[in-house]
Design a protein around this ligand. Sequence first.
Ligand SMILES: C[S@@+](CC[C@H](N)C(=O)[O-])C[C@H]1O[C@@H](n2cnc3c(N)ncnc32)[C@H](O)[C@@H]1O
Length: 278
Amino acid sequence: MSNTIYLEYNFKVDPVQPASDILTAELGNVLFESFVETEDGIQAYIRKEDWHPGILDDIHILKNPLFTITYELKEIEQENWNATWESNFKPILVSDKCVVRAPFHDKPQVDYDIVIEPKMSFGTGHHETTHMMLQFILDHDFKGKSVLDMGCGTGVLAILASMKGATQIDAIDIDNWCYLNALENVERNHCEQIRVQEGTAELLVDQKYDIVIANINRNILLEDLPSYVNCLNKGGIVFLSGFYEQDITVITEKCVGLGLKFEKNLKKNNWVAVKYVF
Ligand SMILES: C[S@@+](CC[C@H](N)C(=O)[O-])C[C@H]1O[C@@H](n2cnc3c(N)ncnc32)[C@H](O)[C@@H]1O
């Protein structure tokens, strides 16, 4: 396998939270692929071929006077991404019932043991949005349900849905790397009920689901919610995340316009996850 050239941005952020989370989300929207938390900010990586000189122009938080953000940039050659990731990834415990861990961690004594090798995909449970979605899934009955996990990343949410008894699950991601990584993780966790696909809401043609899960971002959700609701069975449930507290009104207005009813939301730092009923 040939090495890949990456640009490593070492951001120093003051105050560290919530600015690091906001910065991570914004960089994720412009092709940055991986993030490592540091004591005073984050390191963010982008493939050299995806980079252009104005890449940071659309990162709004850099212009926000409430935060001081500086960065250093260096070019690195990456042979084994896992080495970086393995040295940073600690097991995550969710609601005392579920652990998300790597294959090299010890097996925990919990109801749901999810083994993930994220490489460069989003979805280890470290991020607030993943954590809250896992909490929602843990609290909900998935037995015998059909489920759509849109923007599946590592596949972590689909995997928990499967472990909780969902019988038919479609996990979809637009990103080829996530698609391949979700396939690996689904196999690693023996979740034969999950079908992983590469694509977007355009793949949703005649399927119907009891539950739709989507942890993506505000703009994609606003655009694709009609397609998600279109494939939802009456009485179905939608769990959404990937947006900030200030966006809950616009997302809920869109959902209500499509016939969904707000039921509950969770908050962590500046992030939210919301449950709607059809
Ligand atoms: C915030 S991550 C969530 C990953 C995982 N579901 C989790 O909860 O940790 C969002 C994922 O959505 C994918 N994505 C972005 N736009 C998408 C779209 N239009 N359709 C499907 N997936 C999309 C990204 O590639 C990314 O893997």
